[in-house]
Ligand binder design. Structure first.
Ligand SMILES: [Zn+2]
Length: 326
């Protein structure tokens, strides 16, 4: 596996103006550094690529120890084979959990939640699912407990179509090479995800059960109302029982702040949360949605299930909030 960085301008790392006030950053000079102990806003764009665009020369970056590093997307999928290679470790970030730390003073304002864990999920892929990232957040401490991340290989598409699709979707983010190196079929992703949930005592297969004191949190209903059932049909699988209910963060946002937010970007702008990483890279969007969730929890929001399927009639989705984003 070859790693090379793509240019920062192509990767569109920063789309939110307020971040520039937090991090000394200049696109024109391609320099970038982080202040010490600013882990809360450490960046996670993921630029593993075989692409030959000129790279950022790390030797020109003044503070080697605290400089920004792209996240290793082999590592997020449990597939990094270079953990003993100092050059690789110097180039790529291998710590997912330090990025979403919440100031302990803010934890005092939170209310008691009915759930112990939130599983933030943000799928990518319009035709078939291409990326399946889940971030497990502790409802009390708001710490990231773990991340499950897999790139997903479509099962009903020709090789040529897959190549075009991936070039169009991930080529511009500079992660098409790592996608091709790591993507596995949806059925395998689900098997591994179930093992991951069992390891965290969130779910047990033998009971055919729903999640234990945990719920998926999505930005909109599309991921679990539409996309997962569609992909299950394409992949000839039953819809797993843990996907029968979820929390649409936009509905919680509307009922808590009494303001409509049409998407992640709107919520982030309104709450003045800087966008980190590459928008539409699933793992980065998941982290950004988790930042919105943390902000809402510290503001005192109560996270409750907003949509539920009838197990007897899974086509039928019941929405539990009267005021909701349609
Ligand atoms: Zn790595």
């Amino acid at each position: 596996m070859a790693f090379r960085r793509v240019s920062l301008s192509r990767a569109s790392l920063f789309r939110h103006n307020s971040l520039s006030s937090l991090i000394p950053f200049s696109l024109s000079h391609l320099t970038l550094s982080l202040q010490p102990n600013r882990g809360r806003i450490s960046l996670s764009a993921s630029l593993s690529s075989q692409d030959s665009t000129p790279s950022v020369d790390s030797s020109t970056i003044p503070n080697q120890r605290n400089r920004w590093k792209p996240m290793c997307l082999y590592y997020t999928q449990g597939k990094c084979t270079k953990m003993d290679d100092p050059t690789h470790l110097e180039k790529f970030n291998h710590n997912c959990s330090g990025e979403l730390e919440v100031n302990s003073a803010k934890l005092k304002q939170t209310r008691c939640q009915q759930l112990d864990f939130f599983l933030v999920l943000d799928l990518e892929g319009k035709v078939e699912i291409l990326e399946f990232p889940v971030l497990m957040l502790d409802a009390k401490t708001m710490e990231v407990v773990d991340i499950f991340h897999r790139f997903v290989r479509p099962s009903a598409m020709s090789e040529q179509r897959i190549n075009e699709y991936i070039e169009g979707k991930y080529g511009k983010l500079g992660v098409d090479r790592v996608w091709h190196d790591t993507a596995i079929p949806f059925e395998e992703v689900i098997q591994q995800f179930e093992a991951w949930m069992a390891q965290h005592h969130l779910w047990g297969k033998e009971l055919g059960e729903r999640l234990r004191r945990a719920a998926f949190v999505t930005c909109g209903n599309w991921d679990l109302k539409t996309k997962v059932p569609q992909q299950c049909k394409v992949s000839r699988m039953m819809l797993p029982p843990y996907f029968l209910e979820w929390i649409n963060l936009k509905d919680i946002y509307l009922n808590f702040y009494k303001r409509r937010a049409t998407g992640m970007i709107t919520m982030m702008k309104e709450l003045q949360i800087p966008l980190v990483g590459s928008h539409h890279l699933g793992i980065d969007d998941t982290k950004n949605i988790a930042r919105v969730l943390q902000h809402m929890l510290t503001d005192g929001a109560l996270l409750q299930i907003t949509a539920r399927r009838n197990p007897e009639d899974p086509e039928n989705v019941e929405f539990l909030f009267k005021n909701r984003i349609r």
